[in-house]
Design a protein around this ligand. Structure first.
Ligand code: ZN
Length: 75
C-alpha cells in the first residue's frame, strides 16, 4: 500500500481514516482524519472490524505484528 492510497483510506461512512497503534503494549485504533491528516475522533467501526475502503475496494486495516499499521486490499 503506497502513501497516496493510504491517505485515501475511508471508513464505511465515507470519512478519511488512519490507523494507529494504541500504545506500547499494542492494540489498534482507527481515527477519522481531515484532508490534511489531522486526527479527529475515533472510528469505532473500523477499530472493531478492521474493514476500510479505498475507492470501491474493500481493504483490511490492522496492526502489524512488529508494530505499525498495515492496509491491504481485499478483506
Ligand atoms: Zn468512521
Amino acid at each position: 500500500m503506497c502513501d497516496v492510497c493510504y491517505r485515501q483510506t475511508r471508513c464505511a461512512e465515507g470519512r478519511l481514516i488512519a490507523g494507529f497503534n494504541e500504545g506500547l503494549s499494542g492494540g489498534f485504533v482507527a481515527l477519522h482524519v481531515d484532508e490534511r491528516g489531522k486526527t479527529l475522533d475515533m472510528c469505532r467501526e473500523v477499530s472493531d472490524s478492521g474493514v476500510c475502503w479505498i475507492g470501491d475496494t474493500s481493504c483490511a486495516i490492522g496492526e502489524r505484528r512488529l508494530g505499525g499499521v498495515f492496509v491491504r486490499a481485499g478483506s
